[in-house]
Design a protein. Structure first.
Length: 134
């Protein structure tokens, strides 16, 4: 048993020396020079956004078209606030297209700003999917 305990560390040392020898630099004159490369500097600043969510969204709906997105009969639930259309389909509080007396598929700008206790603060938690047509 003692013999096995001596052989295993000896093998490990041999393997480590071999691996180290394989990765050591070769300074002999016959060695081919290797060009050193330097990594490009990493960009640390975050680029400025080029457009708001509403400006970059592709979906543009009229109020009549928005009404189809009421969260009922398998339709997604969208609401509009300040001209931006938000998808509230997966928000548990908007299940079935209804939330505290409000119905999805409408422009709720005034209701959200004047009646809702949280105002527009919760809108940053949902995805903007488009904008209302002018």
């Amino acid at each position: 048993m003692k013999r096995k305990l001596i052989i295993i560390p000896a093998l490990l040392v041999t393997v480590l020396l071999f691996v180290q020898g394989c990765t050591a630099s070769n300074n002999s004159p016959a060695a081919t020079p290797v060009a050193e490369t330097t990594a490009a500097p990493v960009q640390t600043s975050v680029p400025e956004p080029t457009a708001t969510a509403a400006e970059s969204a592709e979906l543009v709906l009229t109020l009549d078209e928005l009404a189809q997105y009421n969260g009922q009969n398998g339709n997604p639930a969208y609401i509009a606030v300040d001209g931006v259309i938000y998808d509230v389909t997966d928000v548990p509080q908007w299940k079935g297209g209804f939330h505290n007396g409000f119905t999805a598929g409408q422009d709720l700008t005034e209701e959200i700003k004047t009646i809702s206790p949280h105002g527009v603060s919760k809108l940053q938690l949902v995805k903007a999917v488009g904008k209302l047509a002018d």
